[in-house]
Design a protein around this ligand. Structure first.
Ligand SMILES: [Zn+2]
Length: 423
């Protein structure tokens, strides 16, 4: 039975992958609808033939990697349970120490290590792909360093969460999801607070804007929106990537707007001011707090469903998955698998909410800067530097796009430009 279940799981993974291969490479039509041809959103008007070809090719492969790596994670956790790895990790942990906390720490290190090994090939392919297409400029040692920081950061976080989670499961087999959720609220807020000052600096350098002339202009529009100067940062990304970005992060006194130095290097001042105004909208309208609120609401539902699904799976397949009791740490891969599946299922909704915020930010930015030409040029450069698809396939948009497609964003700006001219 165990072997049969393993074969079925691998087959399901292959079918899932084949479906997306067919969908992305043969079925999906990413040609521009004819009414946009020749408009400023038409990539043929701002990319050369080579860039056009590369952006289609690169996006297709990237999207396929995304749709492979997500179910691969589910497959990995499933096989780990099925073939008794989780059980073995626990045995190794118990024979290494008699202290409960240390046992959990050892169990987790084995699980994390195997997960790292299993996901490494796909991560490495994704890194080399990005390098081949000249998006990433990161050296292998620097990339590896980031991977290791990821590893230890994840390990540390789970080392805080898992012992509490399994203690709650033992104490209350019916309500652990609710208590766990209640505890996750202060924990999430605390992590969001620490993110920009403790976690992000592990990866990159953050500092005040280097170009003082530009800084004056940026801080002048920031002041219009009541954003204090010490909340605007530049981050050194040029050693890692050619793509452009800016974002808002942190909460409370740690809230900040961060501009990648690549953005500052590659765009002219008016284009940068548009990007800055966009980020200011996120900051002023407190999109992060709405995001956290939405995330917490979803995680309540998610934890409840996880609780139901874990009980169901343990009852139905406990023997095959080698889980006798949900509250036994051996069930952790099942917890991760269900969580990851639920997050994937929820992503169309969270992406939709995020796209709504992004649309608002674009509108705010253009109304503040009133320079559609610069705004459009900045988006065109954003597409070129990241080789992003202007008109992504439907399923890619639904599952991956936290921002509206460039087609939507640029054509909205064009509409604004026409409105401005007719005034
Ligand atoms: Zn944004």
């Amino acid at each position: 039975m165990v072997r049969k279940m393993g074969v079925y799981a691998v087959l399901a993974f292959c079918l899932f992958g084949l479906f997306f291969y067919w969908y992305l490479f043969y079925f999906a039509d990413t040609k521009l609808p004819f009414e946009y041809e020749g408009s400023k959103a038409d990539p043929a008007t701002f990319l050369n033939g080579r860039e056009l070809m590369l952006s289609e090719e690169y996006s297709k492969i990237r999207n396929l990697l995304f749709f492979l790596s997500t179910p691969f994670e589910w497959l990995f956790y499933f096989l780990l349970l099925l073939f008794g790895f989780s059980k073995a990790f626990k045995r190794w942990a118990e024979s290494s120490s008699k202290y409960k906390f240390l046992q959990t720490a050892i169990y987790l290190i084995w699980l994390s290590f195997f997960a790292f090994l299993a996901t490494f090939p796909l991560n490495y392919i994704s890194y080399t792909l990005s390098k081949t297409y000249h998006i990433s400029t990161q050296s292998f040692p620097s990339w590896m360093k980031d991977e290791l920081i990821d590893f230890w950061l994840n390990y540390g976080t789970w080392l805080i969460i898992v012992p509490v989670l399994y203690w709650l499961m033992k104490k209350s087999s019916k309500r652990w999801w609710l208590y766990g959720w209640l505890l996750s609220i202060p924990f999430t807020l605390f992590m969001m607070f620490l993110q920009p000052v403790v976690i992000d600096p592990l990866y990159n350098d953050f500092y005040q804007l280097k170009n003082k002339e530009l800084e004056t202009k940026i801080l002048a529009i920031a002041e219009k929106a009541d954003i204090p100067a010490q909340h605007v940062f530049e981050v050194n990304m040029a050693d890692k990537t050619n793509s452009l970005n800016a974002y808002v992060t942190g909460i409370g006194s740690n809230a900040r707007i961060v501009l990648w130095d690549t953005t500052l290097n590659r765009l002219n001042d008016n284009q940068i001011l548009f990007i800055m105004a966009h980020e200011m909208c996120h900051y002023v309208e407190k999109h992060i707090y709405f995001g956290i609120g939405g995330y917490l609401l979803l995680s309540l539902l998610g934890l409840y469903l996880t609780y139901r699904l874990m009980n169901w799976a343990t009852k139905r397949w406990g023997k095959e998955l080698k889980i006798t009791d949900v509250a036994d740490i051996r069930s952790l891969p099942l917890f991760f698998m269900i969580l990851s599946m639920l997050m994937f299922a929820a992503s169309p909704f969270t992406n939709f909410a995020s796209r709504y915020q992004e649309t608002r930010a674009d509108k705010y930015a253009i109304e503040m800067t009133k320079n559609p030409e610069a705004a459009i040029a900045s988006f065109q450069e954003l597409s070129r530097s990241g080789l992003s698809q202007v008109n992504p396939p439907f399923l890619v948009k639904i599952f991956r796009y936290t921002h509206p497609s460039m087609l939507d964003r640029i054509s909205k700006l064009e509409e604004y430009e026409i409105k401005l001219k007719n005034k």
